[in-house]
Design a binder for this molecule. Structure first.
Ligand SMILES: [Fe+2]
Length: 269
């Protein structure tokens, strides 16, 4: 058997894991996967084409599976949500336009990881864009690091990204009971490295900073994590798997036009 190969993505965002079959992993391989996820924030495993049971089994190795009420689940696998884009869909792609960290509007019990598998992938579009919170924090000017060291953010389900959720809920005939909001520290530590937790799609306010600089710092951080030097736009192939840590990595979908795409998504605690 060939050795596992780990290769960082563009701009050192995430890492590809090669020479591995997610259907049959030994203990060493599982710990390598977990360490790589911890270290890079997102892992890319090409062309796995897992059946639903194998996909779910792999997810269970990472953590506890969570039911995500805002998307349809597969009939026999309610933890596997289907994200489907139809050729004539005119609305915004789910999770597009704004970088975000999934469910930042929930408290400390919120799910940590999100995984996608490409099931039906259009050629040449529908990339997922990742931004590294590790790299973004590291490159902050010291003066800003100092200003935000105790900062917290208020994250809301009605933040700027909510427009795609509202459209999705309309399609499914469900309505969120209420607006959800949570407060979290903006600087977090994962694997002994500091990372930025700013989820621009949900962030509505920054607390614990100089009152006069609240808005300036919020705008500064949002612009910062969007800088080209921290981004990697991942181009999907059928059967690929992306698994990311919503603390250390931000993501967004890119726009898709006039084509079909199906992704299977699992949320993990
Ligand atoms: Fe998302």
């Amino acid at each position: 058997m060939k050795n596992i190969l780990i290769t960082p993505g563009k701009n050192n965002v995430g890492a590809y894991i090669e020479n591995i079959d997610l259907k049959k992993l030994d203990r060493n391989q599982i710990s390598t996967i977990k360490a790589t996820l911890n270290n890079f924030g997102v892992i890319f495993v090409k062309k796995q084409n897992l059946d639903s049971l194998s996909y779910q089994n792999f997810a269970k190795l990472i953590g506890e599976l969570v039911i995500y009420p805002r998307l349809k689940g597969l009939e026999n696998f309610p933890h596997i949500n289907v994200i489907e884009r139809k050729p004539d869909d005119k609305n915004l792609t789910f999770g597009s336009s704004w970088l975000h960290q999934d469910t930042s509007y929930l408290g400390d019990e919120r799910p940590r990881y999100t995984m996608l598998m490409g099931v039906d992938i259009p050629k040449g579009q529908g990339n997922t864009i990742f931004s590294s919170g590790f790299n973004a924090y590291e490159k902050l000017p010291n003066e800003i690091k100092d200003k935000i060291k105790n900062a917290t953010g208020i994250f809301s389900s009605s933040g700027p990204i909510a427009v795609t959720r509202v459209e999705r809920e309309k399609e499914m005939g469900v309505k969120s009971a209420k607006n959800l909001e949570a407060e979290h520290s903006i600087v977090k530590t994962v694997n002994e490295k500091k990372t930025l937790y700013v989820s621009p799609g949900h962030l509505i306010k920054i607390n614990n900073v100089n009152e006069a600089e609240r808005d300036y710092l919020k705008d500064f951080l949002i612009e910062h994590v969007n800088k080209e030097e921290f981004l990697f736009s991942y181009e999907w192939s059928k059967g690929d798997i992306c698994l990311w840590d919503n603390i250390s990595v931000l993501h967004k979908a890119s726009e898709i036009k006039n084509c079909k795409r199906i992704m299977h998504r699992i949320t993990i605690k």
